[in-house]
Design a protein around this ligand. Structure first.
Ligand SMILES: C[S@@+](CC[C@H](N)C(=O)[O-])C[C@H]1O[C@@H](n2cnc3c(N)ncnc32)[C@H](O)[C@@H]1O
Length: 412
């Protein structure tokens, strides 16, 4: 496992390499066979809720190595991990050495108990396991004078909690898998070298969409099954009726080859298009009206009783062409907006990695922070922070104060 991670470029520094070679991962994943414990791209689920949904896991080794590298730890450093499992905290403890110290906080008493037991049995003795809400940071008595040198959040976070800033020493490093308009990435890029080129370290985006999903051009809805599709979903009034009408299609002229990644397209549309949302189809209710690839949430635009979403159609020779589909009275207009944005991505942003992202405090009211105080770009306001995305291209202007896009789902 360590060799594979090092060969993939996930562990450039000597300290992290040594940690990967020394800390026995299987002692923190006793639920699993050795081969699974040491698979370099598999997380090991350690806890499920009553519905079977995984609520805790020991993360995939490539992700742990990557996040630890980004913490830029040095011998003697102190670190806070939010979300516990044992193995990751021990990797950090090994990386910071005998003079370093690690605090790990988890909200779930079962996870805390399990982590305490496993670190006591197999650990370094330098990991303190605490129960608490990580959004509040570590309990005050466990915060070193001057703060932690590094803080890593190991669950998806919608915002950057003020406590993480407050408990971080000047010049320290904070690593957060931040959700942007509902997108997070769960699969590794092919290697860390490729990830480094993207430049947006804080983000983990969704798995890249596949271009070989189903497509049903011109299909008409089956009235009976679609009638209750959006019932009760906020902002979807009139959509059920709209879906019974004719589907408008706007080809974009933008093509992708089979297997080619276009993952920055989703983030581009999400951060640049006012009215953006994601359309998620529940597979058991999918009547084939919406040709959303592979059942994945599709980039969409919502208007009054109207909806447009992005899909693709097989290209003449190879791969696929993006097409906007739309329903409702504003459908043609929304479809053109979506198609135009895809063309803008193709012209200015395609193949150029992720945008520059800067993070600013969100003040109580928009008036407190004049637009001129932020860099020019697309602004996404969270509870505590404002994110400014700076995409390349001539048409980038200030687009202030969007809030996170909703995901609309067909009803279950
Ligand atoms: C992916 S797991 C932890 C992985 C572990 N750090 C590792 O790398 O192996 C995420 C953990 O975050 C915990 N968690 C989620 N929200 C939390 C919160 N607000 N405060 C503390 N822990 C939280 C969950 O209980 C879960 O155990």
């Amino acid at each position: 496992m360590a060799d594979a991670l090092i060969a993939g470029g996930w562990a450039p520094s000597a300290h992290v390499r040594a940690a990967l070679r020394s800390v026995p991962r299987h002692r923190y994943t006793p639920e699993q066979k050795l081969a699974t414990a040491y698979a370099d791209d598999l997380a090991v689920v350690t806890r499920r809720d009553g519905t079977g949904r995984a609520t805790s896991s020991v993360s995939a080794p490539w992700l742990q190595a990557d996040m630890i590298e980004k913490l830029r730890l040095h011998p003697g450093a102190t670190a806070l991990e939010v979300g516990s499992g044992g193995y990751n905290a021990e990797l950090i403890a090994h990386t910071v050495g005998v003079t370093g110290h690690v605090v790990t906080v988890d909200i779930d008493p079962y996870v805390v108990h399990r982590t305490r037991r496993l670190t006591a049995e197999a650990g370094s003795g330098r990991v303190l396991v605490v129960r608490g809400d990580g959004a509040l940071g570590a309990p005050a008595r466990h915060v070193p004078r001057g703060g932690f040198d590094a803080i890593v959040i190991t669950h998806n976070a919608w915002d950057i909690a003020p406590a993480w800033h407050e408990q971080l020493t000047e010049g320290g490093h904070l690593v957060v898998p931040l959700e942007i308009h509902g997108y997070t990435r769960r699969r590794p890029p092919t290697s860390r070298r490729r990830a480094a080129r993207t430049g947006l370290d804080l983000l983990r985006l969704r798995p890249r969409p596949r271009v070989d999903g189903p497509h049903h051009p011109g299909r008409r809805p089956r009235r009976r099954r679609v009638a209750a599709a959006f019932r009760g979903r906020p902002g979807t009034r009139g959509l059920d009726e709209a879906l019974l009408g004719v589907r408008h299609e706007a080809p974009t002229g933008v093509r992708v080859a089979r297997g080619e990644s276009f993952e920055t397209l989703q983030l581009y549309l999400a951060t640049r298009l006012p009215g953006f949302c994601r359309l998620a189809l529940e597979s058991e209710r999918d009547t084939g009206i919406a040709a959303v690839p592979g059942g994945a949430a599709s980039a969409a635009l919502l208007g009054t009783a109207s909806l447009a979403y992005l899909t693709h159609t097989p290209a003449a020779v190879d791969g696929a062409e993006f097409v906007a589909h739309a329903f409702g009275p504003l459908g043609p207009e929304l479809a053109e907006q979506l198609a135009d944005a895809v063309r803008a991505w193709d012209r200015h942003a395609r193949g150029r990695g992720y945008p520059r992202l800067t993070i600013h405090p969100a003040t109580a009211s928009d008036d407190d922070l004049p637009v001129g105080d932020l860099p020019v770009g697309d602004v996404l306001t969270k509870r505590s922070t404002r994110l400014v995305f700076q995409w390349p291209g001539p048409d980038v202007t200030h687009r202030p104060f969007e809030t996170d896009a909703p995901t609309i789902r067909t009803a279950s």
